[in-house]
Design a protein around this ligand. Structure first.
Ligand SMILES: Cc1ncc(COP(=O)(O)O)c(C=O)c1O
Length: 379
């Protein structure tokens, strides 16, 4: 029986009816299915092109021997490892099914209808979804040079503000905030207002002066720092992230956390990945070289990029990015148009392996008509 034949008039909560869902990067399998393209390259989801290191792979394989058992719902070993790694108490750690889950936990714990929540234009798309899903009111501050404008954000904060969200570096722009203004901003927030500092990409930043929110947790009880194993640790498929916060905030979030939100192989792989400094260093170096490859290659194509500290670069195509993206797909290269972030002319490109980056640059040159063969845009 086709479900579409049955009469059904759902009545979702109004905030769900009004919600724009998250649009993920196109999976390779989907492109291959749709266009019959083989050996495509995916530079669309800010993944680590090396994947996880050997230690994490081995831990995962070992844990896969025990699939009949529920995971440790409290994530004891992972929380201990994270506490040791960051020099904090284990009660300050909240584990999540990806850091996305932790962002959701923040919204479910600290927001509700009648509360407001502040974030920046061009900030990570999950913030408005998390805010709206719990019926709170999003307040969007205009960006400054594509990045967070802390003064503009501060003007939106009032006694109704439950959570302020900052990604540093930010996705999809790669922009960043330096320590002093960021710290002053957090200090200026009402003590009742949670500040989420989303540091999904921080391991890619080599500057020793780059702000590390974990060092500020003692100063700011209202600060929640989020991190992920999806980026430099190369474990995006396993979905592991975490929050570090005052123990009281963690205890409140753990009340609504699903009991087994991080599966057992994921917990084991994350523990192993955390201390695999060789893999982290190798991944950071590959990213540094790849960012330089893209900056040079895109400039050679006459394109302007937004300076980035992440594992991606966002480029201004000077024309709507949608048709360019479609043409790149036909060349077997998957990037990420970011019109849904208010950047209709920009394309976000994740840093891949050297050969993948070269293939992307060549395809871009071809579809833009900058190389022999002329422009191949058809849309
Ligand atoms: C800024 C930022 N925060 C959080 C996430 C969520 O990552 P995950 O749920 O895989 O930890 C992403 C993913 O791309 C991101 O870009």
């Amino acid at each position: 029986m086709s479900p579409t034949k049955a009469p059904f008039q759902p009545t979702p909560a109004p905030q769900i009816a009004a919600l724009n869902p998250y649009v993920p990067g196109k999976p390779i399998s989907e492109l291959e299915r749709e266009l019959g393209i083989r050996e495509s390259v995916k530079l669309a989801s800010n993944e680590n092109p090396l994947g996880p290191g050997e230690k994490a792979r081995a831990a995962y394989a070992q844990a896969a021997m025990e699939l009949g058992r529920y995971p440790d719902g409290g994530g004891f070993a992972l929380r201990q490892a994270l506490a040791r790694h960051h020099g904090v108490d284990a009660e300050m750690v909240t584990i999540g099914n990806g850091s996305n889950d932790v962002l959701d936990l923040v919204a479910r714990t600290f927001l509700h209808p009648g509360r407001e929540s502040v974030f920046s234009q061009h900030a990570f798309a999950v913030y408005p979804i998390a805010i709206q899903a719990v019926g709170a009111t999003p307040q969007v501050a205009p960006a400054l040079d594509h990045g967070h404008d802390l003064d503009a954000m501060a003007t939106l904060v009032n006694e109704k503000t439950g959570v302020v969200w900052i990604a540093n570096p930010n996705n999809p722009t790669g922009t960043w905030l330096t320590a002093e203004p960021l710290k002053d901003f957090i200090a200026s927030l009402p003590k009742t207002c949670i500040c989420v500092l989303d540091e999904a990409y921080i391991e890619y930043v080599s500057d020793p002066d780059f702000p590390n929110g974990v060092a500020w947790l003692d100063d700011f009880p209202n600060l929640i720092v989020t991190r992920t194993f999806s980026k430099i640790h190369g474990l995006a498929a396993l979905r592991v992230g975490y929050g570090l916060s005052h123990p009281r905030a963690a205890e409140l979030m753990n009340r609504v956390r699903h009991p087994f939100n991080v599966n057992a192989p994921a917990q084991a792989a994350a523990v192993a990945a955390l201390e695999d400094q060789d893999h982290i260093a190798r991944s950071a170096e590959l990213n540094r070289v790849g960012l330089a490859q893209f900056s040079g290659g895109l400039q050679a194509l006459g394109l302007e990029i937004i300076p980035s500290l992440g594992n991606f670069v966002t480029v201004d195509l000077g024309r709507p990015a949608g048709p360019v993206d479609q043409a790149l797909l036909r060349e077997g290269v998957i990037c990420r148009p970011v019109a849904n972030y208010g950047l209709p002319n920009h394309l976000r490109i994740s840093i891949g392996l050297e050969t993948e980056n070269a293939r992307c640059l060549a395809a871009l040159g071809k579809v833009l008509g900058k190389e022999p063969g002329g422009e191949v845009l058809t849309a």
